[in-house]
Ligand binder design. Structure first.
Ligand SMILES: [Zn+2]
Ligand SMILES: [Zn+2]
Length: 90
């Protein structure tokens, strides 16, 4: 796997299940799941679909949430900048 590293220092490492996608989602997603579009984006009743209807598979759902919740400046709720570094791509 290509090294996936965040600008805050987070690195995907063997032995943990947390991927850079999980990490970025955690940094940006609000607790109530409310997106900038005013809709709530959380895993809906139907597995692998967002409450807004997007999704269909785990990667699609992750991509949807990340795209939606990642702010233009990539600064997370913790005030730290989180950006994919290195060769890893969506
Ligand atoms: Zn959604
Ligand atoms: Zn980070």
């Amino acid at each position: 796997m290509a090294e996936a590293q965040c600008s805050c220092g987070f690195t995907e490492s063997e032995g943990t299940d947390e991927t850079i996608g999980d990490h970025l989602f955690e940094a940006f997603a609000p607790d109530d799941g409310k997106g900038p579009d005013g809709k709530v984006h959380l895993e809906g009743e139907a597995a692998l679909y967002c409450l807004c209807g997007a999704g269909g598979s785990a990667p699609e759902l992750d991509a949807h949430w990340l795209e939606l919740f990642t702010p233009a400046d990539s600064v997370g709720r913790d005030g730290v900048r989180h950006e994919r570094c290195g060769r890893f791509r969506l």
